[in-house]
Ligand binder design. Sequence first.
Ligand code: F6R
Ligand code: MG
Ligand code: MG
Length: 373
Amino acid sequence: MKVTLSVIKADVGSIAGHHKVVPEQLEVAEKVLSKARESGLLLDFYVTAVGDDIQLIMTHTKGPDNKEIHDLAWRAFKEVTDKVSKPMGLYGAGQDLLSDAFSGNLKGMGPGFAEGEFEERPSEPLLVLMADKTEPGAWNWPLYKIFADPMCTPGLVIDAKMRKGFIFRVMDMYEDKFVDLKTPEESYEVLALIGTTGRYAVHSVWRRADNALAAVSSTARLSLMAGRYVGKDDPCLFIRVQSGFPAMGEALEPFATPHLVAGWTRGSHVGPLIPVGIKDAKCTRFDGPPRVVGLGFQITKGRLIGPADMFDDIAFDRARQEANRIADFMRMHGPFMPHRLGPEEMEYTQLAEVLKSLSSRMKPAKEMLVVPA
Ligand code: F6R
Ligand code: MG
Ligand code: MG
């Protein structure tokens, strides 16, 4: 059967600042989705959270970009906001619901979503990755490692279905355009784009042997949509694994290295992405460091079996230690680049205001020899 997986997330408020959601919020979201499962709209769902973001993981048969599903997610986030976040006075209540007038499609409305339709295999294992305090471009490096680097993924060399390579659908988040690039032969073109993590993000990956969908990520950029700074997009991603797709372990492998991503406090700093189990899916130090959780599922006739908490394991202890060491080093730079992001990534913050307020005092360089008054 054909099944659609929709992972839809939003920050609609959290306790103790942008730290983490409260259980009451998840309960309300669960109730809304429960009704949708009873009515037959959803096949199944799982509600979880990473930091201040609620994650709705849903299976159905409506295909991606479906009005009823987007409407359901919107209603769930709205109810959480109205019934819990606002009455409790949680911080940033409803922050990602950018408009009161919901038109039936989440694009441009605030919540992030990764959705894809595929033919369910006799056994369908997959990995859902969810990050807090970073942006969609954070997946670029791991996705390249997983689907294009044989040093990470030996399956690219020794699994017949993978040896033909993968297509990377790369999104230009500034222009709202995409390009399909074939690996391995266009690997350098892929890298030329996705190395610019603030502008280009991998939207999806497809297996060339049969054009099967392999991975989908959320590529929204809230800051671009809102036209002012409203936080980073805290992206989600799902990857189908095993039997001609990367092994679960190959999909997890890049996260053994805590690579540097944009986000952290005020969405304006570079820091390491720490792989954590659900119990540590909350941000503390300097509002971070940015975290990623990986949940493993089986989809069986549309039912979600699981989750398995993949980073809750000693094999990622060293990555966590390394990330904390890198965090110390990065923090030592204070408000200096490259710890602080470049001005093009900060145009929606006070930096532009500071420049504006100083503009009348900016003098031509030829007056440099004059003693300051
Ligand atoms: C980053 C994030 C936080 C806030 C910071 C300031 O995505 O959500 O780091 O940017 O805590 O928040 P405000 O401006 O709400 O006080
Ligand atoms: Mg928040
Ligand atoms: Mg968040």
